[in-house]
Design a protein around this ligand. Structure first.
Ligand code: PLP
Length: 369
């Protein structure tokens, strides 16, 4: 299968809208439960809630960033219909084990490929393990095209139903498309790793006053947000098509940078992700577990080194009171909460230069355990 040719068959306003459309097409809705990992962002439960589904959180692997196969089975109830599996940071989840659980219990398997289009596990590329997979093209993802998402479906009849659902959706209005275009160009020309911290605070301010497309919609219990009835903006679609043609270059760049992080970061202040013999990860970001996350982030800011903090909470960026509104009970997934207290991550995308990598490595190697 030539994967890169079908990533954009079914495009939506965002990745979360793609997931929403798939749930609808599968007839998953009110009264149903869907399993997902804690240590995720609110986008995922947001689409479950929009579809009327109850999110049920599963803890992550000990020391890892993905769904724990061991914790998965215990979370299944008679109302469970599907499992959303996230390949966090591009590290593929333990798919053979997870697929076996899904098959045993007759559950749909949906892959969250927002962090990777081409990581492999047990000889199979992510996105082809289950009924379908969703992708995102916004800032921080491997392929950046602006706000947008897509869906791949591995079953012809379900795909046909998704196409019908998509046809009933509209394109974003022209004012919104213009804003998305401006935002993308601003990212293209202004952003670079050494300006990460000042740009980050600017973006948060613009989002707060509504001048930038925020990643997080206000959660409402009633009607799904208007975003859930929108297709991908044309400007984003064109850019995504263009960028996906060079996916191999994006991947090669990530692999080269990650190899340096893995080999040259020797600081006792951080722990590298575990290497698995069955997995070929293509990292969207390179995660490290820090002994003192707050101090490390503060030092990185001081030194102008890009170091991200997500996910800072089990349903990022929600506080525990807000997370309870999307069904996450504080304390229920202790490993995920531990990861939130530890994780920092380094960039791997095309704008990261050799010099940026060296600065990040030197910075980390200066930190004391
Ligand atoms: C970005 C992201 C999403 C959602 O993407 P949007 O396009 O913002 O809706 C879903 N899951 C994960 C893990 C993500 O990183």
């Amino acid at each position: 299968m030539e994967l890169s040719s079908n990533f954009l068959d079914l495009t939506f306003y965002r990745g979360r809208v793609a997931l929403y459309a798939l749930l609808k097409a599968l007839g998953i809705g009110r009264g149903d439960e869907v399993l997902l990992q804690a240590f995720t962002c609110v986008a995922v439960p947001e689409s479950l809630v929009a579809a009327g589904v109850v999110p049920r959180y599963v803890d992550v692997e000990v020391g890892g960033y993905n769904l724990s196969p061991a914790a998965l089975e215990a979370a299944i109830t008679p109302a469970t219909r599907a499992i959303v599996v996230q390949h966090t940071f591009g590290i593929p989840a333990q798919m053979p084990q997870i697929a076996a659980v899904a098959a045993k219990h007759g559950l749909f398997l949906i892959e969250d490929c927002c962090h990777t289009l081409d990581s492999r596990v047990a000889g199979t590329t992510v996105g082809s393990w289950g009924i379908g997979a969703f992708y995102s093209y916004e800032w921080g993802k491997p392929v950046v095209a602006g706000v947008g998402g897509s869906l791949t479906v591995n079953d012809a009849r379900v795909k046909h139903r998704v196409e019908e659902i998509r046809r009933s959706m509209k394109k974003p209005g022209s004012a919104r498309q213009l804003r998305l275009g401006v935002q993308y160009l601003a990212h293209l020309f202004i952003y670079r790793p050494s300006w990460y911290w000042p740009i980050r605070s600017l973006y948060h301010h613009l989002g707060a006053i509504g001048a930038a497309e925020s990643n997080y919609n206000p959660l409402s219990a009633g009607e799904p947000a208007a975003d859930f009835s929108l297709q991908m903006a044309d400007v984003v679609q064109r850019r995504a098509e263009h960028k996906l043609r060079r996916l191999h270059e994006i991947t090669a760049h990530s692999i080269a940078i990650t190899a340096r992080y893995a080999a040259e970061i020797r600081s006792g202040a951080v722990i590298h992700p575990e290497r698995r013999t069955d997995a070929v990860p293509v990292f969207a970001r390179y995660p490290l577990r820090a002994g003192d996350k707050a101090a490390l982030l503060a030092a990185a800011k001081q030194c102008g080194v890009e170091l991200a903090e997500w996910y800072a909470t089990p349903v990022h960026p929600l506080s525990s009171a807000e997370a309870a509104r999307v069904g996450y009970q504080a304390g229920s997934c202790p490993e995920a909460e531990k990861r939130c207290r530890e994780v920092v991550s380094l960039p791997t995308h095309r704008k990261v230069t050799k010099r940026d990598v060296s600065r990040a490595i030197d910075f980390l190697n200066r930190q004391l355990p």
